[in-house]
Write a protein of this length. Sequence first.
Length: 590
Amino acid sequence: MTTPHTIQAEYDLIFAGGGTAACVTAGRLATAFPALSILVLECGPTTKDKKEHIQAGQWITHLAPTTKTIQFHIGKPSEHVAGRPFVVPSGRCVGGGSSINFMVYNRPAASDFDAWEADFGNAETYEIDPKKSTHGSDGPLKVSFGSEVTQLGKELKETGAKFEKNRPESDECNAFDVESINKFFIMPKWISKDGRRSDIPHNYIYNNSSKKLFVFDGTLVNRVIVEDGVAVGIEYQFDNRVHESAPQDIRVVKARKLVVVGAGALGSPLLLERSGLGRKDVLEKAGIAVVAEIPGVGENYQDHAFLYTPYIVDPELKTMNSLLRSDPATWGQTFREWEESGTGQLGANYIDGAIKMRPHPEELPELGPDFLELWNSTLANHPDKPLIWASAVAGTLGDPSSLPNLNFIFSMSLLGYPASRGRLHISSSDPLAAPDFEPGFLSNPADVAALRWAYKKGRELYRRLPSFRGVFFPGHPKFPAGSAAAVEETAPVPLDAPKIMWSAEDDKAIDVFLRQVVTTSGHSAGTCAMKPFDKGGVVDSKLNVYGVKKLKIVDLSILPSNVNSNTYSAAIAVGEKAAVIIAEELGGSV
Ligand SMILES: Cc1cc2nc3c(=O)[nH]c(=O)nc-3n(C[C@H](O)[C@H](O)[C@H](O)COP(=O)(O)OP(=O)(O)OC[C@H]3O[C@@H](n4cnc5c(N)ncnc54)[C@H](O)[C@@H]3O)c2cc1C
């Protein structure tokens, strides 16, 4: 049997999990402290120089059922989602989510970060306008519109602003402020102008000049070893899902200075629990000795509930579907175009027109009584917070061959601050055992009310887009016979056409539908929250795990409260801030 990597007995720093935030921190520290030996152990495969992680347009391929770069976490069936076993994906490769995500560039509201009482470093180069004071100009990650902006994106922006008269167009909706709300815009992407994914490994790790930074793939961390209240190392085994014939014995590697857990919101709480750090009842049930009782571990699970609904568009409108359905020759041509000039479909993500939507005061009654508590607790006093982030993908999220041969687009609505919460715990000490996962989606009726509103707003807008050719009803609520919402339309209605009059039965049909179809955004967070211990916290403001010395967590599990944006930006911010904290503790700076 071959050993895939030669791992020494001891390093200065060990990162358990090589995802987005962890790789940012490891890369920054390796550059600032070249004499420091840093080990990063990632259970998934390497992404180095692999086209599927570099060509922006290949994002859709990672979602294939046969994927080796995404892990699907299966939740318990729940009545709140019509008895479905809710499935949540996360990146499972070097760079984690950064290497497989949709690359939507979306930054949270300032008040989201204020709630954490934290500030963050700068990782980006905003190629759209490098002089803009609200964006970075010399960070390693490039932000642009990619190689092309779709006609659908332009239609959504223009038609949206004409139809929703109090929601105009804007060029900038990522400035952290009130001005970024209720404007239609073209969403930037974590894609460079030459069509490359701005992932973390190719920009912080693989290009790092440190000779003492070691990033090993296919290596599963079983647990952190804690001796006398101090984290001294970890136990690991090679992962046969990546290195098929690797030996399976459990090995140990020691950390001289620090162990950093960076296994993501769906991995870090499990790793802590396998190490004896967590809720007493959970550890005892799994037969694990309690090292430190930390009741918050694995609680407070959050994501952004995600609704996507299909519409039929003009066959001439350019969408991803034509390439997804096309022959190898067309694929070959598209690859060549990207190789030669970084242009064409492989340099873009086809998610363009967008809005961060917040109800105007006169719209609040449309959301109904179930929503009021969420509004009052989270949004009312923070005008920079949107309720819903909405966009459209010019194409089908998945394999279009399962759909009729029509040209489809999908509207996308993400709920920014869900009131629902879930939990995630180990079921056994075996790192490969399925966890005990209750994602909790739609368990609070406020979330259903918010998404019902989003559905209705979307229906009205999409039926006015110039390219609209109909609602694809199998992917929409089953409205009662005679409902205005059930009427077939095959062409766009005028901007000033009467709006659909929604009945109480229509609302019921939408609610049933939401429970059947609402899914995850892949934005898992909050399972090892940075909060005071007595409020369910797992780490303090320096990211130290309570009750253990020399152990930190660096990933989105530390989010104390949600952010209303796609979460890559928040993960980068956590990674950058962690690098600052650790550098200071090492007596230097990054
Ligand atoms: C399908 C999808 C699409 C997305 N699209 C977007 C988007 O368009 N825009 C956006 O802003 N955000 C997007 N996101 C979200 C964003 O990418 C993630 O929130 C972010 O990357 C998470 O970073 P993290 O550091 O918390 O964890 P991750 O990046 O998930 O890293 C955790 C890593 O730890 C590894 N790991 C876990 N357990 C172990 C173990 N025991 N031993 C060793 N390694 C382990 C995992 O394999 C993984 O690589 C998307 C996410 C998904 C899943």
